[in-house]
Design a protein around this ligand. Sequence first.
Ligand code: G1P
Length: 300
Amino acid sequence: MANPKVTKAVIAAAGFGTRFLPQTKAMPKEMLPLVDKPVIQYIVEQLVEAGIQDIIIVSGYSKRPIEDHFDVPSEELLQNLRAGGPKKAHFIKEMQDLADMANFVYVRQKGPYGNATPIMNAAHLIGNEPFIYAFADDVTMADPNMYQQLIAAYEVYGGSVVPCIRAKTDADYDRYGIMAGETVNKRVIKARGIVEKPGRAKAPSDFAAIGGYLLTGDVFGYIEEALDTLPKDQEFYVTDSLLQPMIQDGKEIYGLEIDYDARYDTGNPSDYVKAVVDLALRRPDIAPELKEYLLTRLQS
Ligand code: G1P
């Protein structure tokens, strides 16, 4: 039987964005603009491009602008756009399309601190299906996009697929979950184990897991026991609390080295600025003037 199709995604969007205060005091970090589009829209567009139809956004009390963003445009906005004539006309369809991109579901995050909690909060909406678990502020630019690459690997191998990059610096081993396993092909390993932020000395390989996993529905069966055995002062991590027990149980989990052009942790101010500049340089309406400007700034 063919592997069930991946049509659902969960996006974790409950973080406070403390690295970006004061900007994020009253505005969700996921709504920071990359030129003229909020960060979370890049994630949603990539998911939709990969065939995702249902998007569950796990958020918190200050995240209302995300819901408004993916809603139908208000009548006031439409009136303004209509009054703007041909110059603004293209926005009318664009704003409507934004709401029609996917079925959006909003859930509040409840539970222990850690990136496995949103999975627990969305479990009742997914059932036993494979789904993508994306982080709302990690943007990867790739062609095909990262989620398409994960789904393509899943269609071949069948198990959960964890996107990976190669760790290079000491800081990478303190920042990422590291996976070890048998080589399946140049870009794929079958996991033997995964460990969260082990440090270079204890790292079992250089396969560093980044956010945005494709998980099979059996992950939900691991939540209860993981919570029962979670030490008091430990974060509820997907890697240590869910993926590692699954691997130990013989579940097939693969690490896929992602082929990408650029990655941005947009919750980090310097990465964010790089993302804005890079994405503006990809825009034919902005790039020529910006290039000239950047050159003069760099020469002065
Ligand atoms: C999370 C994951 C970690 C992964 C990282 C990628 O860590 O737990 O395995 O390598 O994202 O950014 P966090 O950054 O939430 O501490």
